[in-house]
Ligand binder design. Structure first.
Ligand code: ATP
Length: 287
């Protein structure tokens, strides 16, 4: 009897050890996944994009690092904006647009595991032309949070002030919050649009040629702002200005005819490009 009890105890102990081992392995896997996703905001693998029969992007793979500025460069029509708009599923609205491959946002598949509306709050977008609503400065910022269900005036006031401060607009705009946003200069409107994006509490800001309609001083303000914002946000910017990519980005991706020709640290790409096509483009021999 004593022998049998001993065997059973031994068996139970082995079972417990086996279960503990499985739990440890599971914990390790979760920790590894968390560590992997913590480093990268987006992990794009083998992505193709078609507008009807036309293939606009071909087998794109790119890991976009958290709290970095990633610049997308390349000649007109090579697919930069298309790639950008895929990151928050804005291409869903284009009839006949089809995407294959995988895009993970903070570790989750954007086509399978994330609600597109929630994705667009987390992945905000700023366009080439400033697009303020024809409403007051205050309402431009408060509009999004109100749609998200925030009704309390004090809370909305706080969000408006915080967002305007983050976008370096508060001092200029605090005394004219009830005035129309359309009365602002182009550069101010663009910073207001960035503030409006921040009010939705994103973790990523996509910028599609945000300074191409602006004068050099307003451009510098947006660039300074992007550098400040990357402390807390991941930024992906499409730009036609090689100087801008050099000045502000950590990584640069060079697109050509729907392909990602090179993706590297900005300094390395501009000083020592590994692909001859990149070199031709950045030295101004085409595009
Ligand atoms: N809605 C659409 N329907 C069909 N084709 C499209 C659509 N949008 C873009 N394209 C095509 O996809 C290709 C990539 O366009 P995209 O706008 O992404 O390029 P880009 O590199 O951002 O260009 P640019 O620098 O001029 O803005 C182009 O050939 C373009 O004509």
């Amino acid at each position: 009897m004593a022998e049998m009890t001993k065997t059973l105890t031994g068996f139970a102990a082995a079972e417990i050890e086996k279960k503990q081992g499985a739990v440890r392995a599971q914990e390790q896997a979760v920790a590894q996944e968390a560590a992997g996703t913590a480093e990268y905001t987006f992990d794009v693998t083998d992505m193709d994009l078609f507008y009807g029969d036309f293939q606009a992007l071909n087998s794109i793979s790119m890991k976009i690092k958290k709290h970095e500025i990633t610049a997308l460069i390349g000649p007109s029509g090579c697919g930069k904006s298309t790639f950008l708009k895929t990151l928050n599923r804005m291409n869903d609205w284009v009839e006949g647009c089809r995407v294959t491959g995988k895009i993970l946002f903070e570790g989750k598949d954007i086509f399978k595991e994330v609600d597109p509306l929630a994705l667009r709050y987390r992945v905000g977008m700023v366009f080439q032309q400033p697009t303020p609503f024809p409403k007051s400065i205050y309402e431009n910022i408060a509009y999004g949070p109100r749609i998200q269900g925030i009704k309390d005036k004090k809370k909305l006031d706080e969000i408006v002030e915080k967002s305007l401060r983050q976008a370096a607009c508060w001092d200029e705009m605090k005394d004219r919050l009830s005035k129309s946003a359309l009365g602002l200069s182009g550069g101010q409107q663009q910073r207001l649009c960035i503030a409006r994006t921040l009010a939705a509490d994103p973790s990523v800001i996509l910028m599609d040629e945000p300074t191409s309609a602006l004068d050099p001083i307003s451009t510098q303000k947006i660039e300074d702002l992007a550098l400040e914002l990357k402390e807390n946000y991941t930024i992906v910017i499409v730009t036609h200005s090689m100087q801008q990519a050099r000045r502000i980005s950590d990584k640069t991706g060079f697109f050509l005819l729907g392909e990602l020709i090179e993706f590297n640290n900005t300094l390395d790409m501009f000083t020592n490009p590994s692909n001859p096509k990149t070199e031709e483009y950045i030295t101004g021999r085409f595009g």
